[in-house]
Write a protein that binds this ligand. Structure first.
Ligand code: LMR
Length: 333
């Protein structure tokens, strides 16, 4: 072997050992979301980062931007479509403005009694069909991540539908949730998640709805005197990517990232229920918010007031989509 060949081989070996050289910059994935780190989604995003960077041996770098630190509600979808960010995990209640109203099937009150029913839908044909609808928007659906069942909160005791009359209630950008609040006689106010604490503190809104993990990690116990355990609806997420970016990845990298996403999804969904149970216990322990457990009569009254929202939104959400979810969950309107 001549001297020149030997030198080339040594140089190649050194370059390989050093991993992606300065010549080959890592592929950067910006992952933006609106919640705190110590939440099911926050921890899921950090776990995905860890797996993606480890398994690609540094060929991919994931930058996670929690708490609306990069893009907030109302900005992040457009940023994704423009490619200013590569990954998001918005709530399923935030796809209406994108023109994919069928996602609001997840917002229909009392549709899911538990996570098992929900997973039949997210892991089944309905979940897949909803992701298909995103492709024409330049978006690819990667996974469904759980959060939990929502509770209502306000600064007055809220037990019966009549207690909500005239209250200004913050909601996500979903018409179904608007109808839900109107069905209780309250006034829905769509607002970015990052603005809710201050709006509650200043009285711009009187109350809101959240899974306990969002309530606690946004310190809403400081600005809400009552929390009612209504479990009246579900809040979860779709992890989505910019389609051009995702399809443009080197095949081996995309396969590795799909594996990392699969494992991060299992991780995030395995911790979701406990994160909410622990958050509720922490709210109780804070002594700042009174936890109201509804009687069966009060729960039945809430259900009676809210279930008509299903029929009202048949044409918007899609009769077929709703019927398929009824089939999967066994829901009887
Ligand atoms: C909300 O806006 O209340 C939630 O969607 C925030 C989140 O991402 O959990």
């Amino acid at each position: 072997m001549n001297r020149r060949t030997a030198l080339v081989l040594v140089a190649a070996a050194l370059l390989a050992a050093a991993g992606p050289s300065s010549a080959q910059q890592p592929i950067v994935i910006k992952f933006s979301h609106v919640v705190a780190v110590d939440t099911p989604k926050g921890k899921g995003a950090e776990y995905f980062k860890k797996l993606a960077e480890e398994r690609t041996k540094g060929r991919v770098k994931v930058e996670v931007y929690p708490n609306s630190s990069l893009f907030k509600d109302g900005e992040e979808m457009e940023a994704l479509q423009l490619g200013s960010v590569q990954l998001l995990a918005p709530s399923l209640a935030k796809f209406g403005p994108l023109g994919v109203r069928e996602f609001e099937v997840f917002d229909l009150p009392y549709m899911f009694d538990n996570y098992d029913e929900l997973h039949k839908v997210t892991n089944g044909p309905v979940g897949a069909a909803l992701f298909k609808k995103l492709e024409s928007k330049g978006i690819v659906g990667l996974a469904y991540w759980d959060n939990g069942f929502k509770v209502m909160s306000a600064n007055k005791p809220i037990r019966m539908p009549a207690d909500y009359k005239g209250l200004k209630m913050r909601i996500q950008s979903s018409k179904v949730l608007g109808d839900e609040m109107k069905a209780l006689g309250s006034i829905p106010q769509v607002m970015a998640f990052s603005e809710v604490y201050q709006a509650l503190q200043t009285g711009v809104v009187d109350g809101t709805e959240n899974p306990p993990s969002n309530f606690y990690t946004q310190k809403m116990q400081e600005v809400q005197k009552y929390l009612a355990l209504t479990d009246h609806g579900y809040l979860g997420y779709a992890v989505i990517a910019n389609k051009k970016f995702w399809d443009g990845l080197p095949a081996d990298i995309r396969t590795t990232l799909e594996g990392a996403m699969k494992d991060a999804t299992k991780f995030a969904n395995d911790i979701a229920q406990k994160e909410n149970t622990d958050a509720l216990a922490a709210v109780k322990a804070s002594g700042k918010t009174e936890i109201i457990t509804l009687t069966p009569e009060q729960k039945a009254a809430m259900k009676k007031a809210l279930v008509p929202v299903h029929k009202e939104n048949e044409s918007r959400v899609g009769k077929d989509t709703i019927a398929e979810v009824y089939k999967e969950t066994g829901f009887k309107p």
